[in-house]
Ligand binder design. Structure first.
Ligand code: SF4
Ligand code: SF4
Length: 436
């Protein structure tokens, strides 16, 4: 398949060299340490708790069940005792319901999942949610109510600094392919392709070795952010445009991150639930690394394992610099969607003084969703939510390209994010009025 590309996008400094060639290390677990596992690690309803204080749990044991269709299961990442059922730190919600477990025994064994009688039930039992930070429950994505014909594997990893997907592509190539082939066969799909940015030639080469044997295609992607955005990847690889407000299945496509495919392989072939993940720890730490981390491990432990901070940290981000979330506590635990921990020192942070829009149009050129961020910004400032709805703010994928290129340092994406709740309410009212 040719590379069709997509409009807009930016070319930030990628800053991946500190970790892109480093093999993944297992972050050691010690008896007596405590993991804090949130019940809300995915989009949708938080899981319903299944354990009580002082209960013994084993690695991989179910501790939370899905609370509805758009939800998923949660498992213990260690073997030990539940020391608290209450709240734990969360990067978005302050504190959220969660379970704290003290490690009592070190083991590589895990409780195998009860697979159920369908592929989707196996995926649900394993607690899979998009590993590329979107955290949409995977069993939902794998139950499309419409005909789909194409599975795209997202190996773009276009966020600067992050390299855990890159390492996974090199270190677990065949497992990713096998996971993808399982999806293709279970859903009866015709097209299977993996898109990888050209700045990862070793990953491209690794997958090319399996292309013929497993019947898929490697598509070399232009190095451009947000190449890994679902809609951008579909446009670039399949030349299909997902309509506004619709999901990829509308154009017959499903997109899964490389990490999710490896987890599908683990769930189906090894009956292993999702209780650990790869995380890139980078920026102002002494020894940046790619780590395999038990879910629930506080980020302080990752930073300590990487030699500690270089100088005084000014900002810590969970995820990448473009779409990650700033965390305020080092107790915040690693979750299913945590792809990176990025530490900024003072000198890394730009001057954030904002100036008036000079109508240069750079944000419009950069927007991969073909929106007009400068106009939307004016509506945000004046709280004109009806106008924001009319100018399609709900189509904003919050990629941050507009803010990145703005010479006036307008905090464009921040305003769009925070306005969406009001705009969603307006759109619902409009829909209700239409149906009256
Ligand atoms: S954050 Fe939204 S408005 Fe800004 S460039 Fe990305 S999609 Fe466009
Ligand atoms: S990039 Fe910034 S200054 Fe230029 S038009 Fe957009 S909002 Fe205005």
């Amino acid at each position: 398949m040719p590379y069709f590309g997509f409009k807009g996008g930016i070319h930030p400094k990628y800053n991946k060299s500190a970790t892109q060639s480093k093999n993944t290390e297992n972050l050691p677990v010690e008896v007596g340490e405590v993991v804090h596992i949130p019940l809300a690690q995915h989009i949708g309803a938080p899981a319903k708790i299944l354990v009580k204080k002082n209960q013994q749990v084993k690695t991989g044991e179910l501790i939370g069940e899905a609370a509805g269709f758009i939800s998923t299961t949660i498992h213990s990442s260690v073997t030990g005792k539940v020391v608290s059922v209450g709240t734990v730190e969360h990067p978005i919600g302050g504190r959220v319901p969660g379970v704290s477990i003290e490690v009592e025994e070190l083991t590589e064994d895990y409780v195998p999942i009860d697979s159920g009688d369908s592929f989707q039930k196996t995926v649900l039992a394993a607690g899979l949610a998009g590993m590329g930070c979107a955290t949409f429950p995977s069993h939902v994505k794998l139950s499309p109510p419409k005909d789909v014909d194409a599975l795209l594997i997202n190996g773009a990893e276009c966020e600067p600094y992050l390299t855990c997907d890159h390492r996974m592509m090199v270190e677990r190539t065949e497992d990713i392919v096998k996971g993808a082939v399982i999806i293709k066969e279970k859903l009866g799909l015709k097209i299977l392709a993996i898109g990888i940015e050209k700045n990862k030639p070793d990953a491209i080469e690794a997958f090319r070795k399996f292309e013929k044997e497993y019947g898929f295609e490697v598509i070399e992607l232009e190095v451009k952010y947000p190449q890994g955005g679902e809609k951008q990847l579909i446009k670039a690889c399949l030349n299909r445009v997902v309509p506004e407000g619709k999901l990829p299945m509308e154009v017959g496509a499903i997109v899964h991150n490389v990490g999710t495919c490896a987890c599908i392989y683990d769930a189906v072939e090894l009956k292993k639930p999702l209780y650990e993940r790869m995380v890139t720890v980078t920026g102002a730490v002494k020894e940046p690394k790619n780590l395999m981390v038990k879910i629930g491990t506080p980020i302080s432990k990752l930073i300590e394992y990487c030699g500690g901070f270089v100088g005084e940290p000014k900002k810590i981000v969970m995820g990448g610099p473009m779409m990650g979330l700033a965390v305020t506590s080092l107790d915040t635990p690693v979750m299913k969607g945590t792809s990176g921990i990025l530490v900024y020192s003072e000198s890394d942070l730009p001057d954030l003084t904002q100036y008036n829009c000079m109508r240069c149009g750079r944000c419009i050129d950069a927007c991969p969703m073909e929106l007009i961020p400068s106009a939307m910004d004016r509506f945000v400032v004046k709280e004109l939510y009806e106008s924001l709805a009319d100018w399609h703010v709900m189509n904003c994928i919050e990629c941050g390209c507009c803010s990145y290129v703005c010479p006036s340092r307008r905090t464009l994406v921040g305003g769009f994010k925070t306005s969406k709740r009001q705009v969603a309410r307006i759109l619902k009212e409009r829909e209700d009025n239409k149906n009256d």
